[in-house]
Structure formats: C-alpha cells, structure tokens
Ligand binder design. Structure first.
Ligand code: SF4
Ligand code: SF4
Length: 432
C-alpha cells in the first residue's frame, strides 16, 4: 500500500530538492545555485537542517543526497545529473488492498522479486555514480523479512534509506528497529479524516486506527513521520480536515498527491479531479502552507510550481529561497531528472507511475540505464516537450506530469492533460 511512493515526490525524505536547469520566470539558476551552495538543499548539498526544522528527513541527519564525490564526478563526466532519490519497490506484497495503489499490490509472494544479493549488487552499482536517498517502498516494505539487512547495506554504502509504509504493521519492536537502523523518516498515507471513509478506500476495516497507532509508535521512538494524502473527487473537500488530523498527530510533513491513474489507480480514472478543481486544490495548498506548521509538498502536481510563481508575482514577491524555502529550488516533475524508480522485479522507470520499463537491473546496471536510456535523456531535454508544455514559460519549473501525458496520450512528451494554464506565447503575449 505504499501506493504513492513510486513517484518523484512521495518520498519520505524530504527536504531535498532540485536545482533548476534553466532560467525560470522569476528566478535564475544563479540565485538557486548560490542558495544551494550557501544553504545546502539542492543537488550539491542537503546537509544542514533548515532553521526551525522539525525532526525527520534526510537533512535533519546531515545527509546530502547526490552531494558526494561520485555524483559530482559522474556529472562532470557525462553532463547528466546523478539521481538523488531512488524509490525502490523492494516487494510488491502488501497486507492491504488500496483502491488507488500504484503497484496494485496484494498479499502473497510475487514471482521474480529481486533477491537480497541482487539488491546489494544494484546498490553497489548505484553508489558508483551517486549517494542517493533510497525510498524503500512496496507493496508494504515491512513485509520483506530482510528489510533491515537492506537498510544496513544502504547505510554502509553511503546512501540514505527511508521507508514508505502503511504503518499498520508498526509495533514497538518494529519502531525500535527503525530507530536502531537509523531510519530518519517514514511516509504514511491517510486519505480521509475518518475511519469509516479511510477504511472503505483502503479495503480493510481497522486500517485507519492501526495507521494512527503506528504513527504514534514511530514518533515515540523518534522516527520522523510524513503524512501523504492522495486527492481525488472523493476527498478533495477533505484536504483541510486531513491536514488538521496530520497536525494533531504531530507529524513533520503533509504531502498532497494528485492521483495519477496507473496501476490499481486506473480503476479510479473517473475519480481524477477535473483540471479546474485540481488547480483549486493547489491554490489551497499555496495559501495553507503560509500558516501551517507542517512542511507541504504538493506532489505529482508539477504545475504547483507555476502557481507559486503566479501567486508570488501577484503578491509582489520573488520566488527566492529566503522567501519560499525549498519550493524555490525544486522542479515539478523530477522523473528521470534526479529521480528514478526500481520495481520489485528490477525494472527501471522514471517514476512508479510512468508505465514504461527502460531496462532491468538483473540484465544491466542501473547506472548504465540512467546514462544511456533514450527516454531518460529525452525527459531531461525540456526543449522536446510538446503542445502547451513545449510553449510554456514555466516548463523549466513545471514540465507537466510525463506519466499522465503517457497514460492519456501514449506520448510522454505530450502536453500535461490536467493543466488549465495557457502559455503566454499561445495567448499572443510576451513571456514574463
Ligand atoms: S502548460 Fe505544461 S509546463 Fe506549462 S504550467 Fe501547464 S503543465 Fe506546466
Ligand atoms: S511523471 Fe508525474 S508522477 Fe512521475 S515524477 Fe513526474 S510528476 Fe510525478
């Protein structure tokens, strides 16, 4: 049920972000690079906890994903950014059966899952080009009996493991192991503010209470917690209530996810918000973040980074790190740019929702796939974007959801189907 952890932003890290590759409407690369260098939160450094930062997250423990020598050498050699975050579906087995699950996971063993040795070999390869955060996800990663060996191996090799879990399996013993094995943060999905609604969506009664209990136990053991909420037509009017619940639970972050209907989520195609409502939720997020004590991160909603800039301009502000923190540093869609995904059988994708396998780690090293894949390289070239996204002045900070474009049109470079914005050049205006 780590249903929304296969994408670039479902990550329970999670205060590390992306430097922008080209000039943005209100900010420049120079500003962002300067900010990165000074206050490490970007590609070259994610080490120092931000002032007032709560517990949890890679930065809170001084980790700098993609900030090591291997990553710098790789970028110098290839001109390609090394991945800073890799979501890894270490098992597809799950104890729940959630309606919107990316993995369409169920209880039971899945054939062909990577063995511990194959996982270790892949980690060995990846650390030759980067020191990323590894989001261990599923399915339910806590169902994998060797999870602590995997966690320890990632630490030993210089990566940072975090866990995306449904939290229903977290006992005192499990939480103690998380703390002992230095898991800085877990991410947990809560989609409704009441047990009745949440359990109905998750396909299991008692799930809501078990999740809340698991969160409490994790927190008591000092493990940071991020709450994820997948927004659909079924719960778009409940984001405030789920936010308030997350706040009451005392978690560290609240990430809303805009449904990408792949995997079991395909059955929810008719539950995807229409573009106008989608926009309204993102505008709510922008306003709510101003007063919320939680770190926000609208996810699989690349146009949030366009909205930030539009709103900032209307407020007479510039989107600088000082004013907007990490939101000023990141890009909407990071799939294939600094984020990658490995499935339970070793398939490599730009993200878990991007339904195209670009190679398999059983057959060739991840580092080779990351470097050579035509699809990865096309995703990195924003000039190849088509339609509105290609013409858009915000394409560097947004880029549209490539998985959604692929799913709706069959072309991952097509325009994002769920964006209401019409680029200035298509309105016959000058770009701003
Ligand atoms: S048109 Fe594309 S690039 Fe521009 S804001 Fe919309 S989704 Fe983003
Ligand atoms: S393709 Fe869509 S779901 Fe995947 S990382 Fe990009 S925005 Fe997220």
């Amino acid at each position: 049920m780590a249903d929304n952890v296969g994408n670039a932003d479902a990550r329970p890290d999670l205060e590390l972000e992306e430097s922008l590759a080209e000039e943005t409407p209100e900010g420049t690369v120079d500003e962002q690079e300067l900010a990165e260098a000074e206050a490490p939160c970007g590609h070259k450094g994610v080490g120092i906890p931000a002032a007032g930062q709560r517990h949890g997250g890679a930065r809170s423990v001084g980790f700098r994903p993609g900030g090591g020598e291997a990553a710098h050498a790789y970028e110098d050699r290839t001109g390609i950014k090394a991945p800073r975050i890799i979501a890894w579906e270490i098992t597809r087995s799950c104890n729940l059966s959630c309606a919107h699950c990316r993995a369409a996971a169920e209880f039971g063993h899945y054939a062909g899952e990577l063995t511990l040795d194959q996982i270790k070999a892949t980690v060995d390869d990846i650390v030759t080009i980067t020191n990323p955060i590894f989001i261990l996800t599923g399915g339910e990663p806590l169902m994998r009996p060797d999870i602590w060996e995997i966690v320890d191996y990632v630490h030993e090799k210089g990566g940072m493991p975090v866990i995306g879990t449904n939290a229903t399996l977290i006992t005192d013993e499990i939480a103690a192991q998380m703390a002992e094995h230095r898991i800085p943060r877990i991410s947990v999905s809560i989609d409704f503010p009441t047990a009745e609604e949440h359990d109905g969506f998750r396909g299991q009664s008692g799930c809501f209470d078990a999740t809340l209990e698991g969160i409490g136990i994790a927190k008591r053991h000092g493990v940071g917690v991020q709450v994820n909420m997948t927004v659909t037509t079924m719960n778009a009017d409940k984001v405030e209530a789920v936010h308030d619940l997350a706040e009451q639970l005392g978690v560290d972050a609240f990430h809303i996810f805009m449904l990408v209907p792949t995997g079991r989520g395909e059955d929810l195609l008719d539950k995807e918000l229409p573009p106008e409502e989608y926009e309204a939720v993102l505008e709510w997020a922008y306003e709510r973040q101003k007063t919320s004590p939680l770190h926000f991160k609208p996810t699989d909603a690349p146009h949030y980074y366009r909205i930030i800039r539009q709103k900032a301009r209307a407020e007479g502000k510039k989107v600088t790190r000082e004013e907007y923190g990490l939101d000023a540093m990141t890009r909407g869609c990071l799939g294939g740019i600094t984020f990658g995904f490995i499935s339970h059988v070793g398939d490599v994708q730009p993200c878990g929702y991007f339904d195209m396998q670009l190679g398999n780690v059983k057959e060739e090293p991840f580092s080779k796939i990351w470097t050579d894949s035509r699809v990865f390289n096309e995703l990195r070239d924003y000039s190849l974007l088509k339609g509105k996204c290609g013409a858009c002045e915000y394409r560097a900070v947004c880029g549209g959801c490539r998985a959604r474009a692929l799913s709706v049109t069959g072309d991952y470079l097509a325009e994002e189907p769920y964006c209401v914005y019409v680029p200035a050049s298509m309105r016959g205006e000058c770009e701003t």
